[in-house]
Unconditional design. Structure first.
Length: 595
């Protein structure tokens, strides 16, 4: 049963508004604006909230932001049906003084935990006849989303106003909506991680996939093996248990789940080698050998856990159990990507295993890892696993990976791999590199690369200008993924209904080979907001079925300004002229060009 979570009386202004200047991002599943004119919102609202600290704090945070920010949209929304190059839609009236109001509150399920598939729906209604603002939600987490919507639609015009009566009925298309940060290649501080969470909360993203470590560094302090932290970049670039818990609590207060990843058995040198060098293969090999067929890693530095060394599993168990005691989400990401078979030329255990039976292949080595590691991971109560698709589809792969209690993250080969995984019955989390990798397009990071020693654009003849320069030394996933590239991705294309039901959502990764505190927010935002709308309400108009990329333009341009105003250092997408003159920067005057 749904009950009111916020009811407050507000004042109505007499004069009308030419149009609605801002619609929230992500676009609600259903939103209907009235036409009777702006409604004044009192500066002080006394709210009697239920005894739930998260809802109470979220309301105070939202309301203080509304009062202090005094948000004035830079961009205006022009309906396509009445397209004009330069419409004027800002309120022109002044809000009259309205006395303080009180509000009653309640939720139907305060105890619902922030876990996968939790109800995040809400409604928000402002009726011009009764001048009543009403928010309803089933859970704490739906209420938080309602508050962030309210933050965007209350604007400043000589006072706080909502520009028109409005009715919103909202819920997400997908339960998994997120971003990935990587603190293994370069370190990202807790304040900057929190800044990303702030952006996530405002855009209704609910998954922070935290790639904790990689071959290059181990930044996490461990009680079980204190020596692992020796492979942090410096003593100041580490996370204590307190830091991890701080991030988890900060995220939870904003409706964001933190799903940790320890990549295994690939991408595993730093930290592990401090415990026992024998459990890490090829850690001190030359990663590329100047001869690609003999490479031991896709990038420096090499190192993989040895699946055939039985000592590996005792160390893995202690590390995994310790981190499972800190991270509260039911899901734990255990990696599984980019296993390099040449690395195991340095393992006598693997080579002896293969030699003992000529029919054995590296697929059997990978299956050995799954058979011995997965039972360790599943010992945690309520534990479900998240893995990269490589364990299922790549060469090598494990021929028998269970589908139960498993979510597979698909990053390669776009629609093809999504189709294959869902056809096999796996639940899928979409992170297709061709559409969602936010680190792409900045060129390669490896040095002493002669492929750049050319005096003309090697791709000029094709017009692609993707600067791959023949291999991974360039930007292998170029070009840069614009917000439109992300937003226009229809990742259920050609799937049957049964296959589409296996899609649980999407996460946009930002790998950190070229990312640290100085650039993380600009590379993440506002492009991640395009993904936020894609997985919250989709990229198509629910009535016509046509893509609404053109309508999204002003929403995301406004949202970038809103992120910056809220302390998230999002990058600009266009000259400010384009914000202030709606659709004047569109490639096509014909607004139906993007279908």
């Amino acid at each position: 049963m749904r009950v009111n979570s916020l009811v407050t009386t507000v004042g109505c202004l007499a004069s009308a508004v030419a149009g609605v200047a801002v619609n929230p991002l992500p676009a609600p599943r259903s939103i209907a604006w009235g036409t009777s004119g702006p409604i004044s919102i009192p500066q002080n609202v006394a709210v009697n909230l239920p005894r739930n600290a998260i809802v109470t704090d979220a309301w105070e945070r939202a309301w203080n932001s509304i009062k202090q920010l005094k948000w004035v949209p830079q961009a205006t929304e022009a309906p396509i049906s009445s397209y004009q190059p330069f419409p004027t839609a800002a309120p022109t009236s002044s809000a009259s003084s309205v006395p303080s109001s009180s509000a009653a509150a309640g939720l139907s399920d305060l105890s619902a935990d922030l876990q996968a598939e939790v109800d995040e729906s809400y409604t928000l209604v402002l009726n011009s006849n009764s001048s009543t603002l009403e928010i309803t939600a089933n859970t704490t987490w739906g209420a938080l989303h309602a508050f962030t919507t309210l933050q965007q639609i209350i604007v400043w015009n000589n006072g706080l106003v909502i520009e028109q009566p409005v009715q919103i009925e909202d819920s997400p298309l997908y339960p998994w909506r997120g971003i990935m940060i990587d603190t293994g290649r370069n370190f990202i501080t807790v304040p900057k991680i929190k800044e990303q969470i702030d952006g996530m909360a405002l855009s209704k993203l609910n998954i922070l996939h935290w790639h904790l470590d990689d071959s290059q560094s181990w930044p996490v302090e461990m009680s079980s093996y204190p020596q692992m932290i020796k492979d942090a970049y410096s003593p100041s670039q580490t996370f204590s248990h307190g830091d991890l818990k701080d991030v988890i609590e900060y995220a939870r207060a904003r409706g964001v789940r933190v799903v940790p990843e320890v990549d295994m058995p690939g991408h595993s040198a730093a930290g592990w080698q401090q415990v026992d060098p024998s459990i890490v293969s090829c850690a001190h090999s030359w990663w590329s050998n100047d001869n690609w067929p003999y490479h031991t890693a896709v990038e420096p530095t090499p190192g993989q856990l040895d699946p055939l060394n039985n000592k590996t599993y005792g160390v893995v168990s202690k590390v995994y159990n310790e981190l499972s005691g800190i991270f509260t989400d039911h899901f734990f990401h255990v990696g599984g990507d980019e296993l390099q078979t040449n690395c195991y030329n340095f393992s006598s255990y693997v080579q002896n295993y293969l030699a003992a039976d000529p029919s054995r292949t590296y697929n059997d080595v990978t299956q050995y890892w799954v058979d011995h590691a997965f039972p360790i991971f599943k010992k945690i109560a309520n534990r479900k696993l998240l893995i990269w698709e490589d364990l299922v589809l790549n060469d090598p792969h494990a021929p028998n990976v269970p589908t139960e209690g498993l979510l597979v993250q698909s990053w390669n080969n776009g629609l093809g791999n999504i189709n294959n995984l869902t056809d096999l019955g796996y639940d899928v989390l979409v992170s297709s590199s061709d559409f969602m990798y936010l680190d792409c397009g900045y060129g390669g990071f490896v040095t002493n690369d002669p492929r750049y020693n050319v005096q003309s654009n090697p791709d000029a003849a094709t017009g692609l200008a993707n600067f791959n320069y023949g291999g991974n030394g360039g930007s292998w996933c170029a070009p840069y993924k614009t917000w439109q590239r992300i937003y226009d991705y229809d990742f259920t294309t050609n799937l049957t209904d049964a296959q589409a039901a296996h899609i649980k959502g999407a996460v946009a990764p930002l790998w950190s080979e070229q990312v640290d505190d100085t650039v993380v927010s600009g590379k993440m935002w506002p492009r991640a907001a395009a993904l936020a709308e894609l997985v919250w309400s989709g990229n198509k108009d629910p009535k016509t079925g046509k893509k609404r990329t053109t309508l999204m333009t002003q929403r995301i341009l406004n949202f970038r300004e809103y992120l910056v105003a809220n302390g998230v250092q999002a990058a600009p997408l266009v000259p400010k002229y384009c914000l202030q003159h709606p659709h004047s920067c569109d490639l096509y005057y014909d607004q139906t060009a993007v279908n």
